[in-house]
Design a protein around this ligand. Structure first.
Ligand code: SOE
Length: 390
């Protein structure tokens, strides 16, 4: 695994736990943790259970005893590491968003397509698909339970940047992160909306805003002269991105990605409204799925709160008895399980780098639209032929 920040902790949990709760066809070994600083990397390896450490990712991806490279670094380094690892014949799991630009994502998708011809596979880490309630939502929609999809409402609400004194972390710097709330959490909303509906966004109209233009530098990046608190740096990404979108299946979508939603900590909310019903999911209540059946007998209709903890629900047979809840980290365990199973079976794990590229094109279209006064902007996927469309 290359990197060891917040996602490094979450991915380590997934690799550590997956073989102990799922009967995997191969047992992943947490062989090598790579980071820039030898001391902090060694401490992380001891804490999370990695056997060896290195400060040289190029040497790591070239090793014959390494089969999988898991990239959990900031977005600016994804393309170089992933292309090198795939060329070296390693299967690659890469955190979201796939890259910082559509051009970088295209290079990664091309490298993955070449590698797949030799049975080497790549996957991008949109883990929320693997929350059982989200997978159940997808299954219900695919079964026709909500009928023709008309509206998709997706909002990823956080508030960790409301305080103007929160330091200038890498997620707030365009050269490292590519964009702010849009790419970091908007990418999750886009992927999950498309996963649950089975439809793709084809055009968008967006607006983006940075509310806090300067923040204190982190101590590590403050100069020798001043103190961290005294030195401030420019925020070069969005705090909030709002956009509407058209889907290729004819649905209309409204999206929010914000780190300024005071009081909301990690609320990824998706509601899909159709001609026969609706599903509603909230990551802050991730063991439950709301389901409305418009065909139920009149007088009995209402949103049902399905507790998604039964053994017949996705992934649940490996866990606890009904009502004993899962958490944020289980999506990462399910991700590791699905990735290992696909690699051993010789099948393409989803979401693929091609899927990651499509999300990157939506992100790029939102930024392009926001720069052009919220003009409708196509994502590159074929527009739906809609009768009577203005
Ligand atoms: C920060 O916004 C963050 O850690 C994202 O980077 C993750 O992808 C998301 O799962 C939780 O919030």
């Amino acid at each position: 695994m290359i990197g060891h920040g917040f996602m490094g902790a979450a991915h380590s949990q997934g690799w550590r736990v997956a073989p102990r709760f799922f009967d995997l066809p191969a047992r992943p070994e947490m062989a090598l943790l790579v980071g820039r600083n030898a001391q902090t990397t060694s401490a992380a390896a001891d804490k999370w259970g990695w056997t060896e450490t290195s400060t040289d990712w190029r040497e790591a991806v070239a090793r014959d005893d390494i089969d999988i490279v898991d990239i959990v670094t900031p977005g600016h380094s994804h393309v170089e590491i992933a292309v090198a690892a795939l060329a070296a014949g390693k299967h690659v799991l890469c955190e979201k968003p796939l890259a910082n630009t559509a051009t970088e994502a295209q290079a990664m998708a091309d490298a993955a397509a070449r590698a797949a011809e030799h049975g080497v596979f790549a996957m991008v880490g949109f883990t929320y698909r693997r929350v059982p309630a989200a997978t159940l939502a997808r299954d219900l929609v695919a079964s026709g339970a909500v009928g023709e999809i008309r509206q998709v409402r997706a909002a990823y609400l956080q508030d960790w940047l409301v305080d103007a004194e929160v330091p200038l972390a890498w997620r707030l710097q365009k050269d490292l992160a590519g964009s702010g709330a849009l790419g970091d959490i908007g990418a999750h909303a886009i992927d999950l909306a498309q996963f649950i509906t089975g439809q793709r966004l084809t055009s968008v109209s967006g607006v983006m805003q940075t509310f806090v233009a300067e923040r204190p530098l982190l101590a590590s990046s403050a100069g020798l002269g001043g103190t961290a608190a005294a030195e401030r740096g420019a925020v070069t990404v969005d705090d909030v991105a709002l956009f509407t979108g058209r889907f290729d299946g004819g649905a209309l979508g409204s999206f929010e990605a914000t780190r300024m939603s005071t009081g909301r900590k990690n609320a990824l909310r998706i509601e899909v409204a159709g001609s026969r019903g609706a599903v509603s999911f909230d990551l802050e209540d991730l063991n439950a799925l709301g389901f409305y059946d418009a065909t139920a007998p009149e007088g009995t209709r209402g949103f049902t709160r399905i507790l998604v903890t039964e053994p017949q629900h996705p992934y649940l047979a490996a866990w606890w008895p009904a009502g004993h809840m899962l958490g944020y980290e289980h999506g990462f365990t399910h991700q590791a399980k699905d990735f290992v199973e696909a690699i051993v079976a010789g099948t393409q794990p989803e979401p693929s780098f091609a899927a990651g590229l499509q999300v990157q094109r939506v992100l790029a279209a939102v930024e392009q639209s926001a720069d052009a006064g919220s003009a409708w902007t196509t994502t590159g996927d074929a527009e739906p032929a809609l009768a009577g469309r203005p």
